[in-house]
Design a protein around this ligand. Structure first.
Ligand SMILES: Nc1ncnc2c1ncn2[C@@H]1O[C@H](COP(=O)(O)OP(=O)(O)OP(=O)(O)O)[C@@H](O)[C@H]1O
Ligand SMILES: [Mg+2]
Ligand SMILES: [Zn+2]
Length: 474
């Protein structure tokens, strides 16, 4: 790749060099090595810039620097109330703990096509509309493509500037001349530092580029939003290393085929990580989802075979979701187990529990489980609804309308307590689920029917009657 060094306008660059440092043990080498000679780990060498001589403190001035640094009595510290910049989206502000703190750095990560660029284009435009100068830097799309999106979403504004650039030094020059209050970098994996030999997206490139931009942003109290790509396995490719460098880490989740998107904070220096934001993807962009139940429950609430309503809590937010299961005979090939919106490992465990403790044979059956609306649920309170949806499909008997479930299932089939039972049940009732079923939470005032194990719940709805004798025999 040919880098345009002239563009950067820096003359001392040629004197800089890079080194490779083992991320595991810190061993340094002048060139890349596949295996670290010290700790013998493979693929741990990460390229780093050697600080240029002029940026290192001179020996004589070292003393002055040390003397200047004085502690402040905590009683003299001011600014405990952090000011916030609210956007036009209540859901975005909620996840950040009431709006973005000026000068903070945030990474928004998500899978390809989930809507990261859409979300941050909207945030940048909303800031511009509130009179804050915003800069959107894209290393992935041309300014023409960005303009198309801005037009489609009606977000064109004179205070929203766009830049198509990937060279981090050119981006930082632009930041220092335009001096925006908020800058979006789409994406951090596409940006490169011209002095590093490793390719864009590698750990060294991502780390150096981000550190460079964060330094500039912190100096000028500029809000910085990075977009980061995540692989299917849910791990931030490369920028996992960025998580400790930024103030907040947000994940945007959802199935590309369904409109619901969930924004979740896994780290927030200025608020809790307990809040989640819900959006829906429309042709006008990501809109706040004010009535999630409309998307998360299927349109008709008639009793359906293979469907169970789950009372879940994402962060601090109660949600009612519908789990669907399909159990189909498969006598001609290996059985399929497909989980959409829930963890496949969890599904396999629940199938094993149903086979072992309820005598419900699924060995010659395909099992498909899906969460309506495309939401991904990590909470274990979804276990009991999944188990009942599977039993309902297998027995061809529907669960009654107006009934909702929650509870973690243990390896011996017991239904284990989960937090915030009362909150779940209150939300279920609000949405018309009069009959709620879950584990006991140890308190005497119980608003829901408690079950001790999956068998008890299944018997309550006659989902395993025919299988009971089979179990007694073994
Ligand atoms: N005209 C349109 N109408 C409705 N939805 C659209 C339209 N154009 C794009 N979308 C939605 O926007 C999504 C892409 O959004 P966006 O480009 O913000 O995602 P991204 O996460 O930035 O993707 P990438 O990883 O490719 O950069 C599409 O998957 C689609 O759901
Ligand atoms: Mg994008
Ligand atoms: Zn090493």
């Amino acid at each position: 790749m040919v880098y345009e060094r002239v563009k950067t306008g820096e003359t001392s660059l040629t004197r800089q060099k890079t080194k490779f440092v083992c991320a595991n043990c810190g061993y340094e080498s002048a060139q890349w090595l596949g295996r670290c000679p010290l700790c013998e780990q493979f693929n741990t060498m990460v390229e780093e810039l050697v600080a240029p001589l002029e940026s290192r403190p001179k020996k004589r001035s070292m003393r002055a620097v040390v003397d200047e640094s004085q502690p402040i009595p905590s009683t003299e510290l001011k600014g405990t109330v952090v000011p916030r910049v609210v956007s036009g989206s209540a859901e975005w502000d909620r996840v950040l703990g009431g709006g973005m703190v000026p000068g903070s750095t945030i990474i928004v990560a998500g899978e390809p096509g989930v809507g990261k660029s859409t979300l941050l284009t909207q945030v940048a435009a909303q800031m511009a509309q509130k009179g804050h100068k915003a800069l959107y830097v894209s290393g992935e799309e041309s300014p023409h493509q960005l303009a198309m999106r801005l037009e489609r979403l009606s977000l064109i504004h004179s205070d929203l500037l766009v830049l198509g650039e990937r060279n981090v030094l050119a981006i930082s020059n632009c930041l220092q001349s335009v001096y925006p209050q908020i800058a979006v970098i789409d994406s951090i994996q596409s940006v490169f530092h011209p002095l590093l030999t490793s390719s864009p997206g590698s750990v060294g490139q991502v780390r150096e580029s981000a550190a460079h931009l964060i330094r500039i942003a912190k100096e000028s109290r500029m809000g910085l939003l990075f977009i980061g790509h995540v692989t299917k396995e849910g791990y931030l490719a490369g920028p996992k290393v960025l998580e400790h460098m930024v103030d907040a880490v947000l994940y945007l989740e959802g199935e590309a085929t369904a409109p619901v998107r969930l924004l979740r904070a896994t780290k927030n220096r200025f608020g809790t990580t307990g809040e989640v934001g819900l959006f829906q993807m429309t042709e006008r962009g990501l809109e706040d989802l004010t009535h999630p139940d409309q998307w998360l429950l299927s349109a008709s609430q008639e009793p359906k075979i293979g469907s169970a309503v789950a009372l879940i809590v994402e962060g601090r937010r109660p949600l009612v979701a519908e789990v669907q299961a399909l159990v189909a005979s498969n006598t001609w090939s290996g059985c399929r187990r497909v989980a959409t919106g829930v963890d496949i490992g969890r599904l396999l465990m629940l199938i094993a529990v149903l086979e072992k403790h309820l005598g419900c044979s699924l060995s010659n059956k395909d099992v498909y489980v899906n969460v309506v609306g495309g939401l991904r649920i990590r909470e274990t309170a979804i276990d009991l609804p999944i188990a009942l949806a599977i039993l309902s499909s297998r027995s061809d008997r529907p669960l009654p309308a107006g009934t909702a479930f929650f509870g973690e299932v243990g390896l011996s089939g017991e239904v284990r307590p989960v937090s915030q039972g009362a909150l779940r049940v209150r939300e279920g009732r609000r949405l018309g689920f009069r009959h709620c079923i879950g584990p006991t939470d140890g308190t005497s005032t119980v608003d829901w029917t408690t079950v001790a194990d999956v068998r008890q719940a299944a018997e309550m709805f006659h989902l395993i009657g025919a299988n009971r004798t089979t179990r007694r025999r073994d």
